[in-house]
Design a protein around this ligand. Structure first.
Ligand code: ZN
Length: 390
């Protein structure tokens, strides 16, 4: 099934050649996948003059995935089929500070409405994927306690959503989901990809060999609170000083701009990443200068990340990425200078292709990877076979 899903096998003959298994074994296994609803047969292989009407395809219509991506200020929710096609999607403002119970209510209500809109039923749901703006321990599905998030580590998001929707509930960090989304949709052949989300906060997701790198406790890519030299007087929300997020995030730039420019301050009590993007687009000189400088500061940290991971693509995403070449220019300038040539040869530093949608695409992909994993598929086939025999 992995060969079919990857597009490497389109016929039974392809499968025989790829696996070396006998025709009868392939026939038996394909039949099992078809009756379990994973694979369907149909269409005509034109390469043989249309004589073999048994093209194998993933049965993407058999089930749907519910995917949600929550940032610090916005959430996006979607119903996606197993081929990754979005059937219904919506987005809206969320306030993470309201706590996890309120957020789970919002996500659940959106899922229900989108299922109705897509004309799909609860029985077709095969899993739920959620991206959250904080590190998540993959062993427990719980948010890792940090000074910045309160109320979350005690709350069991997996159980709360699992009580309402069928299938596994998978939770991961938002930057990880965005990295997986960009990898799946835009660059599925890239051996190593890094995505950095620069918005209200800063975080990175690393995809290596098609899998998200989590580290021991789920905190891989948490670069936001790396302490920078020369910024010891800049206080961070985590209680420390000189953190990357306190110097180069959208929130930090907004704060600095509001403090430096009375007209920015008068317009809003507290400027945020969206205000910075607006000011840069309008050519506000101080906003442009500070955004470029933030890019250089990010570049210092990312040069190390690039040297460790040696990615083919470094994607800059999040709301501040919308300042385009000003942020990216600063990052490129420093990464290509500070990292070794061997680490940056062939490296593309670019904006994400999916923009705001990367997170839900990644969350859906995470669930599809689980649904199609060999142990889950084997268990389901055993179940189907048992009920057929009963
Ligand atoms: Zn900090």
């Amino acid at each position: 099934m992995q060969f079919i899903r990857q597009g490497r096998a389109r016929t039974r003959r392809d499968l025989m050649e790829l696996t070396g298994l006998a025709r009868s074994t392939i026939a038996q296994r394909v039949d099992q996948l078809v009756s379990a609803g994973y694979v369907r047969e149909g269409g005509v292989d034109v390469s043989t003059g249309g004589r073999r009407p048994n093209m194998l395809k993933i049965d993407e219509g058999s089930a749907v995935v519910l995917a949600a991506h929550v940032g610090a200020t916005h959430g996006r929710v979607a119903v996606v089929d197993l081929a990754g096609r979005t059937l219904a999607e919506s987005a809206g403002p969320v306030i993470v500070a309201d706590g996890p119970a309120a957020l789970v209510e919002w996500i659940s209500a959106c899922f229900q409405a989108l299922l109705t809109e897509a004309g799909r039923s609860m029985g077709e749901v095969c899993g739920v994927g959620v991206g959250l703006p904080c590190p998540v321990d993959q062993r427990t599905g719980r948010v890792i306690p940090t000074p910045v998030v309160t109320g979350w580590p005690e709350y069991d998001v997996v159980s709360a959503l699992g009580a309402r929707f069928p299938g596994p509930v998978l939770v991961d960090n938002d930057a990880n989901m965005m990295a997986l989304g960009e990898f799946t949709a835009a660059d599925p052949d890239c051996p190593a990809l890094v995505l950095v989300k620069v918005g209200t906060g800063i975080g990175a997701g690393i995809v290596e060999g098609g899998r998200v790198l989590h580290g021991v406790g789920g905190a891989a890519g948490e670069i936001g609170h790396v302490r920078l030299r020369g910024y010891d007087d800049v206080a961070c929300g985590c209680g420390s000083f000189g953190c990357l997020v306190a110097v180069a995030s959208g929130a930090a730039l907004g704060r600095e701009l509001a403090a430096a420019d009375p007209s920015v301050r008068d317009a809003r009590d507290a400027a945020d990443a969206a205000d910075v993007v607006r000011l840069v687009a309008a050519g506000h000189p101080e906003a442009v200068r500070r955004t470029r400088e933030a890019g250089r500061v990010l570049g210092e940290v990312l040069a190390t990340v690039v040297s460790v991971v040696n990615p083919g693509v470094l994607i800059i995403s999040g709301s501040l990425a919308r300042t385009g070449d000003h942020l990216l220019g600063g990052i490129r300038e420093v990464v290509y200078r500070a990292a070794q040539y061997r680490s940056t040869r062939g490296l593309h530093i670019t904006e994400g292709r999916l923009g705001d949608r990367a997170g839900v695409v990644g969350a859906a992909s995470m669930v599809a990877d689980r649904v199609f994993s060999p142990d889950v598929v084997d268990a389901r086939i055993a179940n189907v076979t048992a009920s057929d025999n009963a």
